[in-house]
Write a protein that binds this ligand. Structure first.
Ligand code: AMP
Length: 280
């Protein structure tokens, strides 16, 4: 496993691999990340993982400074997965002092996470585009856990004609349904128990959908009712949107629905979502 901090070293190593799958991460790795790495290995043979807590996607009041980090543990996991290339750049490599070019994906970034976190997707699109240009993968892997990020990255790749295939992996969950996330480390035991409410809320809406409900507001209300029963949960948004345009729906048709939510529980801001009908 090659661990690389500098762009020149990546340029030297890159010709070793014909197909190369990239899994971009912010580290503090868990099974969600590892599932993407295994998929990349199966598809491409060679896997690159980037670990970079990207400052441009954090607002000044957000959790950049306290975002969990454990590089030694991450590298141990990546070695077990026999990852070929690990890119761990310092901030100054990605953002030199004179840096002034950003990627802005319009429209799709105005709602949901983009509305709640202005500037977030500008940071995400910029760093993902830079990682693509630096590592030059043939394939790149993203988790459905960050549903809007998947939509935004796919749009960026299409609009900028980037020669990279984007693959979306399913959300990996704890046995009680909580979506795995590095930010779950912020939760106290009581908050951790309360956090299962996100999954239960989504499941309540799924049950209505499976029973035939196609009124989007009924699904949003079902989610809202489950969240309201958990005193520690402070919902930020609840959405039933078109999976492609991310526009809020009134009636759900054959294009299906992306149910998503952001909820504060104690010090953590958690997000989760499900796509209906479930993709096989
Ligand atoms: P992060 O390190 O949180 O920025 O995540 C890096 C990549 O892993 C992103 O594409 C995430 O969507 C994906 N990811 C994070 N959590 C999960 C999860 N529970 N299941 C599947 N993918 C995930």
């Amino acid at each position: 496993m090659e661990i690389v901090e500098h762009i020149e070293a990546i340029r030297t190593l890159r010709p070793r691999f014909e197909r190369l799958g990239l899994v971009p991460t912010m580290g503090y790795l868990h099974e969600g990340h590892l599932s993407l790495i295994r998929r990349a290995r199966a598809d491409c043979g060679a896997v690159a993982v980037s670990i970079f807590v990207n400052p441009t996607q954090f607002a000044p009041h957000e959790d950049l400074a306290r975002y969990p980090r454990d590089l030694d543990h991450d590298l141990r996991l990546l070695r077990q997965e026999q990852v070929d290339l690990v890119f761990v750049p310092h901030n100054s490599i990605i953002y030199p002092p004179d840096f002034c070019t950003y990627v802005h994906v319009e429209q799709l970034t105005t709602m949901l996470e983009g509305r709640a976190r202005p500037g977030f997707f500008r940071g995400v699109a910029t760093v993902v585009c830079k990682l693509f240009n630096i590592i030059q993968p043939t394939h790149a892997y993203f988790g459905q856990k960050d549903a809007q990020q998947c939509v935004v990255v796919q749009q960026m790749v299409k609009d900028l004609n980037l020669p990279i295939q984007i693959i979306i992996g399913p959300t990996v969950r704890e046995p009680d349904g909580l979506a795995m996330s590095s930010r779950n480390a912020y939760l106290s035991p009581t908050e951790r128990t309360a956090a299962t409410t996100l999954y239960r809320a989504l499941q309540s809406a799924k049950e209505l959908y499976v029973a035939g409900e196609r009124n989007a507001e009924s699904l949003r209300q079902s989610i809202q009712r489950v969240l309201a029963a958990e005193p520690l949960a402070q919902p930020e948004y609840i959405s039933a949107a078109d999976p492609t345009t991310l526009d809020e729906l009134e009636t759900i048709d054959e294009r299906g629905v992306l149910l998503s939510l952001a909820v504060r529980i104690g010090p953590a801001r958690l997000i989760d979502n499900i796509l209906l009908p479930n993709k096989p």
